[in-house]
Design a protein around this ligand. Structure first.
Ligand SMILES: [Zn+2]
Ligand SMILES: [Zn+2]
Length: 418
């Protein structure tokens, strides 16, 4: 019997915000209240006890690219980062477009505390030509589909994918990018790209696809989630979608709300991501959209790459950074410490909203599965990439001092059959 004592328990979904104890037995929350008894005591003095955090956009790289990450190292990084579940993208080798690969991932994840929600490819081999067997995958419990890494360019095929997913109320997640406008791009198209002589990626390359996807969501009625949005224009389009009752949701990453394209000058290839870091005006609009509810989810887009893929010429370097072990501290430092949002909104962004989208239960009430994230909003941490649990070190945040630390992720065993 575990007892979490003296923490400040917050769950906006049930309205709790109180200094109370929480007792766990057989993987479930069995009591909430003052002065509870228990034998295995976790002292949560000074900590916030929240519903378990979920990172719904993670690249675990296995099968196939285990020099960058494995399911084991990725899940250790997730636990260290305060997460109780992750959803993993299917752009592995081979891409996850089948029940067999989904089962392989779930099998490899067994024995780890952090729950894995495998996302399957929308199109076979992520080639954008034919749909995966979405019907069959849904019947085997897959709840989300994406070709992340690239968009589904063919709008008619995407429409069909959405219509199929809708029959099961599954989620379609798109990486919004017009490949023709994007072609050859390495960073945001701006004064900085001109200065560095690098090929630019205009904001329109993202926004055209955001708009296309919103219109397809309107046409089909499907649940559509737009990954890692990075521009002010994308936020305007999301506001329009929500005002018109379209079932579109979106996520932003900590790097897109923390850094601008000027980071490329300082951090080189560790500031190369897709979508690229944008301008200060984009960052300001994203922060406002996090505050006003336009943004549904914060996800890291954890994209581990081995040293050899990053220590090359900027144009040749791989896109992406590791994010699992810096995400929560960046959220606490950049959003809560600055007063942009409070704990309730942070918990919606990191736990309740991704849970709702992935149909995973998160919440603090008697009878709930004991999935909890404990964090210290006052403690400072200096990021040391060399101590990451992830196999990769590609981060621009090495050496940064941030206020707010995920202290512990408590995970209930995943019920069989999920
Ligand atoms: Zn992507
Ligand atoms: Zn991604």
């Amino acid at each position: 019997m575990t007892l979490i004592k003296n923490g400040r328990v917050i769950d906006p979904s049930t309205g709790i915000d109180d200094q109370i104890d929480l007792r766990i037995q057989d993987e479930k929350i069995v009591a909430l209240g003052k002065n509870l008894q228990g034998d295995d005591i976790i002292d949560a003095s000074g900590l916030i006890v929240a519903p378990g955090f979920i990172d719904m956009h993670v690249h675990l790289r296995e099968p196939g690219q285990t020099d960058s990450e494995t399911i084991e190292t990725g899940l250790k990084a997730a636990a260290a980062g305060g997460f109780t579940a992750v959803a993993c993208m299917p752009n592995t080798v081979p891409p996850n477009d089948s029940i067999e690969t989904t089962q392989f991932i779930l099998h490899k994840a067994k024995g780890h505390s952090v729950e894995v929600v495998p996302i399957a490819a929308i199109t076979r081999m992520q080639k954008g030509e034919h749909l995966s067997d979405i019907d069959r995958l849904c019947r085997h419990g897959v709840v989300a589909f994406s070709d992340d890494g690239k968009p589904v360019v063919d709008s008619a095929l995407m429409r069909k994918g959405m219509e199929t997913a809708l029959r099961y109320d599954a989620l379609i997640i798109d990486h919004c990018e017009d490949p023709y406008l994007f072609r050859g791009g390495a960073m945001n198209e701006s004064i900085v790209s001109v200065e560095l002589g690098l090929p630019g990626i205009p904001s329109a390359a993202e926004e055209i696809m955001v708009e296309r996807n919103i219109l397809l969501a309107k046409l089909t009625g499907a649940r559509v989630h737009l990954a890692h949005l990075s521009t002010a224009g994308s936020m305007t389009l999301m506001r329009w979608a929500k005002a018109n009752g379209i079932r579109a949701t979106c996520e932003v990453t900590p790097h897109h709300f923390t850094l601008t394209d000027e980071a490329v000058l300082k951090y080189g290839t560790n500031a190369k991501m897709n979508p690229p870091l944008r301008s200060q005006q984009d960052v300001d609009v994203i922060l406002a959209a996090i505050k006003d509810g336009t943004v549904d989810v914060i996800a890291s887009d954890h994209a581990p790459h081995s040293e050899s893929k990053k220590s090359v010429d900027f144009k040749q370097a791989a896109f992406g950074i590791v994010g699992l072990e810096t995400s929560v501290s960046l959220g606490l430092d950049r959003l809560v410490k600055t007063g942009i949002i409070g704990f309730n909104r942070l918990i919606e962004l990191y736990s309740l909203n991704p849970a709702r989208l992935l149909k995973v239960d998160r919440g603090i009430y008697v009878g709930a599965a004991a999935n909890l994230t404990l964090f210290d909003p006052a403690r400072q941490i200096t990021i040391e990439a060399s101590r990451f649990h992830s196999k990769s070190r590609n981060t621009p945040f090495n050496g940064w001092t941030l206020q707010g630390v995920p202290v512990r992720a408590i995970c209930a065993e995943v019920p069989p059959g999920r």
